[in-house]
Design a protein around this ligand. Structure first.
Ligand code: ADP
Ligand code: UDP
Length: 234
């Protein structure tokens, strides 16, 4: 399946049509951005690392009954996926306090949570992805309530499966962001699941193995992504 016309390009990936109108190719780039695109850089081979990591994770999730857009990984930077109408809601799942939650609640990063938190954000670059709730989703017609329930159920299932998957590999899944979309009437998990949109900490040392190394100038960014790839392939 070759990529034909570019129909969309975001910060991390470009989307191309294929010979099949139901299928797209996600092309993973090396460009890295943070803080709503204000910080820019290149993480060497990031596109390849993230495509391989995400493909491995989508295969694992599919094997455990999670419905995703993943079809195949035809090359190092390409993922063949089912074409989605993306629902403009980012679903964030948190197992441990970090990042914006630590700031908002005034707690140290690494603070344990009594239970898993789901947060919803409106996917809008110009607005900087503001946090929303179910009322906003209804009032602005961002999704049907049935779709939202399916997204939340799927996000919690992904959390259970991936927390176990990572911990077996010596990594703590701290938090992550998911995107969903509709394909032929079905809600499917889309986009990517990589150190770009997940916080992953070494279980022993609590060293960060994710995009926070880039966001916070901690160095050894490529090395961290490579280590995640090595571990997810175990
Ligand atoms: P962003 O700049 O929003 O982070 P990316 O660089 O990740 O975007 O580009 C990928 C874009 O493709 C995103 O807008 C994402 O919602 C969208 N997308 C992901 N999977 C699919 C799919 N299967 N079908 C259609 N669009 C998708
Ligand atoms: N996240 C993401 N894209 C976003 C916002 C957040 O992938 O636009 C991920 C982020 O990598 C982390 C989780 O969602 O794993 C929670 O992020 P947080 O709200 O703490 O925001 P941050 O402080 O990272 O901007």
């Amino acid at each position: 399946m070759t990529r034909l016309e570019k129909i969309d390009e975001g910060k991390a990936k470009a989307l191309y049509t294929t010979g099949n109108p139901d299928q797209l190719i996600q092309y993973f780039k090396d460009e890295a951005t943070a803080f709503d695109g204000k910080k820019k850089g290149i993480i060497k081979e990031k596109g390849i690392l993230n495509n391989k990591i995400s493909s491995r994770i989508f295969r694992h999730l599919e094997g455990r009954g999670v419905k995703t857009h993943f079809i195949d990984m035809p090359s190092d930077r390409e993922m063949l996926v089912k074409k989605l109408r993306i629902i403009p809601i980012e679903v964030v799942v948190r197992n441990i306090a970090a990042g914006s939650l630590s700031k908002r609640m005034g707690v140290d990063e690494g603070t344990a949570l009594k239970e898993t938190i789901i947060e919803l954000y409106y996917k809008s670059d110009p607005l900087g992805d503001p946090m929303i709730n179910e009322y906003h989703i209804r009032a602005f017609g961002l999704a049907e309530m049935g779709e939202l329930r399916q997204m939340e159920t799927s996000a919690l299932k992904v959390d259970r499966i991936l927390s176990e998957f990572f911990v077996e590999r010596g990594i703590i899944l701290v938090d992550f962001k998911l995107e969903f979309g509709i394909h032929r009437g079905e809600v499917l998990l889309g986009d990517e699941v990589t150190p770009n949109g997940c916080r992953l900490w070494d279980r022993e040392t609590r060293e960060k193995l994710d995009k926070d190394r880039f966001r916070r100038d901690l160095g050894k960014v490529e090395e961290a992504y490579q280590e995640v790839l090595r571990k997810v392939m175990e």
